[in-house]
Design a protein around this ligand. Structure first.
Ligand code: AMP
Length: 115
């Protein structure tokens, strides 16, 4: 597993590269995806470098809940009545950045199941 300190999201958190921020607090940061898959596509990431969901521990329960609450808050802030949250865990599931993140996607009808 690639060390999370070297991911692009860690660099965003350190302020080394810019992002289009929509929300921030002591535990997480939310910013627009650079390659949006819908009119609204925001990523919510924890400041703590957890690589992927299945590496989260019991001690992260409150943080994981907070990320989902922030995802809903961001969706409201973006004017979305309906939206989808996605967490890809692992390469075969589509994860490309190994720093845990919640996708918040909306602003168009979304098909199911995803590819
Ligand atoms: P995943 O495929 O679930 O790991 O999602 C990673 C997401 O990060 C993709 O949707 C990328 O478009 C997005 N992404 C990669 N680099 C950046 C960046 N510098 N700023 C914003 N989003 C990014």
């Amino acid at each position: 597993m690639a060390p999370t300190a070297d991911t692009i999201f860690a660099r965003i958190l350190r302020g080394e590269i810019p992002c289009d921020q929509v929300y921030a607090d002591a535990q997480c940061l939310a910013f627009r995806d650079v390659a949006p898959q819908a009119p609204v596509h925001v990523l919510v990431i924890p400041r703590e470098p957890i690589a992927r969901l299945d590496e989260a521990q019991d001690e992260h329960a409150a943080l994981l809940g907070h990320l989902l609450l922030v995802a809903a808050r961001v969706a409201r802030q973006e004017g979305l009545a309906d939206f989808r949250t996605v967490i890809n865990s692992g390469a075969e599931a589509g994860q490309t950045v190994f720093h845990l993140h919640v996708h918040v996607i909306g602003g168009r009808p979304l098909a199911w199941p995803p590819g």
